[in-house]
Write a protein that binds this ligand. Structure first.
Ligand SMILES: Nc1nc2c(ncn2[C@@H]2O[C@H](COP(=O)(O)OP(=O)(O)OP(=O)(O)O)[C@@H](O)[C@H]2O)c(=O)[nH]1
Ligand SMILES: [Mg+2]
Length: 373
């Protein structure tokens, strides 16, 4: 999960560390050369002054010995000085030194499906955090870079925090949740996973077979309802989905059920009629939550689609499925920022248990942990 993005972020850290160490080395050597030249200069002028004060006819060997000793002393003190100056060496990370690695970071994020505007935001934060940071001689910058990346990604994931579990707990019952998205992204499977999760938490569930469009959709959700032992409200194929969901809500009210999970047919966001159908569902049902489902594999397309669906029927959050098959991870970073609505869950497989509550910290820790190889 997210392995390729994680690898690219690690490469970014390594490349800054290597470059900064080389810059330390170069800057320190320059400083040393200057110091050595200065030392030699001082020694020469000292020798000249010794020659000038030596009385005429005096054995020149003696003062020469003295001069050699004083030069040796100077050498020893230069070594000591070098050791000390390394200990006190401090260098600032400069904007111009970061240009190349930041460009690499930008490419890494874009190639990992992070949306352009989100990428720019992350790169800006990382740059602002690092420029001007002071570092000691060969101090590892890995920690500094990690903090900067954490800051950058945290900022883009920081959207209004809707906590799904506490929302369900507090909301007046029945809570109605409608799931939308394009074909085949995993809506019906996700509904079954959530029904399983909520049932385990002690809630009573009603499923609404709102996909009256696709052949086989009815049988599919019927099978899930049977497996999970939950009530399903359905009409004939081709019926009005708004009417099916309405009936499910009425049933839940009458029978004091806690949550209605409403399926809808997959639709392409460019299909005007089908998108209008969503608007009708919205008017008739006035759902407590609308959740947009898309697959992590869709990358940047998922972000675009979320925005389109949000226009037809405003969403309260997203669920990304098939994260088990996505190594890039960019959609997870972008979708929340682009829609301004949080990611609620990640689908990580085909079984009922393969759903995890989305936690930005979890994602960030996963992306920034050291590679095991
Ligand atoms: N690997 C993996 N497969 C998933 C996940 N979620 C759903 N799937 C699979 O994706 C396929 C489509 O899932 P559905 O739930 O039928 O998708 P849908 O969005 O309801 O499809 P339509 O009703 O045709 O729009 C199925 O084979 C699911 O098993 C997931 O998190 N990981
Ligand atoms: Mg479906």
């Amino acid at each position: 999960m997210f392995d390729s993005l994680k690898k690219r972020l690690n490469q970014f850290k390594d490349s800054i560390s290597k470059q900064e160490n080389e810059l330390d080395e170069a800057e320190f050597e320059n400083a040393d050369v200057t110091a050595t030249n200065k030392g030699a200069e001082e020694a020469r002028s000292e020798r000249q002054s010794l020659d000038a004060t030596r009385p005429l006819g005096q054995d020149p060997d003696k003062p020469q010995l003295q001069s050699a000793r004083s030069l040796k002393e100077r050498d020893t003190s230069a070594v000591a000085k070098q050791g000390t100056s390394k200990a006190f060496f401090e260098r600032e990370i400069k904007q111009k030194d970061l240009e190349e690695p930041l460009w690499e970071l930008e490419m890494a994020l874009l190639e990992s499906d992070v949306a352009m505007s989100v990428t720019e935001g992350i790169v800006r934060t990382v740059s602002d955090d690092l420029v001007g940071k002071k570092r000691k001689w060969r101090q590892d910058v890995g920690g500094l870079v990690n903090d900067a990346l954490r800051d950058g990604i945290e900022r883009v994931l920081d959207v209004n925090g809707l906590d799904f579990d506490s929302f369900i707990q507090r909301a007046a019952k029945p809570v109605t949740i409608v799931f939308t998205g394009i074909n085949g992204t995993g809506k019906t499977t996700t509904i079954a996973k959530i029904a399983h999760r909520l049932k385990f938490q002690g809630y009573s569930i009603v499923l609404a077979a709102g996909d009256t469009y696709r052949a086989g959709a009815l049988e599919q959700i019927e099978r899930h309802a049977e497996n999970l032992g939950v009530k399903l409200i359905k009409h004939q194929q081709g019926a009005d989905p708004a009417a099916v969901i309405y009936d499910a809500v009425q049933y839940a009210r009458a029978k004091h059920k806690d949550v209605v999970l409403a399926d809808t047919a997959g639709r392409i966001h460019t299909n005007v009629n089908l998108m209008n159908q969503l608007k009708k569902i919205e008017r008739v049902i006035n759902a407590d939550l609308v959740i947009f489902v898309d697959e992590a594999l869709a990358g940047n397309d998922a972000v675009e689609r979320a925005l389109q669906f949000n226009t037809a029927m405003p969403i309260d959050g997203s669920i990304l499925t098939k994260v088990d098959a996505d190594s890039k991870g960019g959609a997870a970073i972008s979708i929340a920022r682009a829609t301004g609505k949080p990611i609620l869950f990640l689908g990580v497989g085909q079984g009922y248990e393969d759903i995890i509550k989305f936690d930005p910290e979890w994602l960030i820790n996963r992306l920034l942990e050291e590679e095991s190889t």
